[in-house]
Ligand binder design. Structure first.
Ligand SMILES: [Mg+2]
Length: 316
């Protein structure tokens, strides 16, 4: 990290073009950048086409673990963006699976899951056996006789992420695994995000809320495999072969996307652009600039949205 001066507000054709021509690889966050819930942000499809025309490489990097990479391909298709492949998508469910492999937890092993089907699907794709997760026995109200409260000794790790069904039964069963055998089972958390932009202007609790909850009640730290962790960056750059110095991350959240880009050394510390179409606001940006507790939170560029960015590229 060699900077930081004030971020550049991208507000002209020349500036927008400079961003596009300076980088070969574009890593894009999804929620708040590509779409808001089920609504595609205007101009995104054209922007992606433009990147392809310029022979740029694209990867989608999301902390959201609720969907598998295959489900993401379907979501892109349903929103009218065709041609995105599973290999271009990095979810934290997938990142968690890669972490298990790194730990030499062989496929065929059982893994306890707190989270939606995205994590379970990724585990199954790589030959692991997920337990917990979407099991309907966990939808029941509290019952100390629920058989899932008894720990299966064959479970080798715990993966926790966001779920829309965060109830006492899921919390209590997951806690048994986190405390089992003196707390020896690896505890992987998909991310530390507090919230994300939902539909109709709602702000909704993100995976970190649930992962931190489990960390609190078990008294155990977790291995963070989402943005802004270096673990996730290392996986992506290893897998894609992208040159970090020629890569830029575009995201809507200072704490996850911008810090991720800077800590990973993208663009030699200059490869980050904040869009104001999601979580982080311009006031938040001003705050991190005026009293920087962490220089890595300051983006190199910022702009209103990809809608605006695309229009700028096309205006001259
Ligand atoms: Mg986002």
């Amino acid at each position: 990290m060699t900077r930081k001066s004030n971020p550049i507000y991208v507000d002209s054709h020349e500036e927008a073009l400079r961003v596009v021509t300076s980088f070969d690889n574009f890593l894009l966050d999804c929620d708040g950048v590509i779409w808001l819930a089920e609504t595609l942000i205007e101009g995104v499809a054209q922007f992606l086409q433009q990147l392809q025309l310029h022979k740029k490489h694209i990867a989608f990097v999301t902390n959201n673990s609720s969907k598998s990479r295959r489900a993401y391909v379907e979501k892109f298709n349903s929103l009218g963006i065709h041609g995105v492949t599973k290999e271009q998508i990095y979810t934290t469910g997938y990142s968690a699976v890669l972490e298990l492999k790194k730990m030499d937890i062989e496929s065929g092993s059982k893994v306890w899951v707190l989270g939606d089907s995205g994590i379970e699907d990724e585990l199954v794709d790589e030959g692991y056996i997920p337990l917990g997760g979407s099991n309907p026995l966990l939808d029941q109200s509290w019952n100390p006789k629920n058989p899932l409260l008894k720990v299966d000794p064959e479970v080798r790790a715990v993966v926790a992420g966001s779920t829309n069904d965060f109830n006492f039964m899921r919390i209590a069963t997951t806690l048994q695994y986190l405390l089992y055998d003196g707390g020896k089972l690896p505890f992987i958390g998909t991310n530390g995000d507090r919230n994300y932009p939902g539909p109709d202007g709602l702000t909704l609790p993100a995976g970190g809320s649930m992962v931190e909850y489990m960390s609190f009640c078990s008294g155990r730290p977790y291995i963070d495999v989402g943005k802004p962790s270096k673990t996730f960056a290392d996986v992506i750059f290893y897998d894609t072969g992208f040159d970090r110095a020629k890569s830029i991350m575009i995201g809507d959240t200072l704490f996850s996307d911008i810090k991720f880009a800077n800590d990973a050394g993208m663009g030699n510390g200059h490869g980050s652009m904040l869009v104001l179409s999601g979580v982080s606001t311009v006031d938040e940006l001003k705050r991190v600039i005026s009293s920087p507790t962490d220089q890595a939170l300051i983006p190199q560029f910022y702009t209103d949205s990809l809608t605006k960015f695309y229009k700028l590229i096309h205006s001259d």
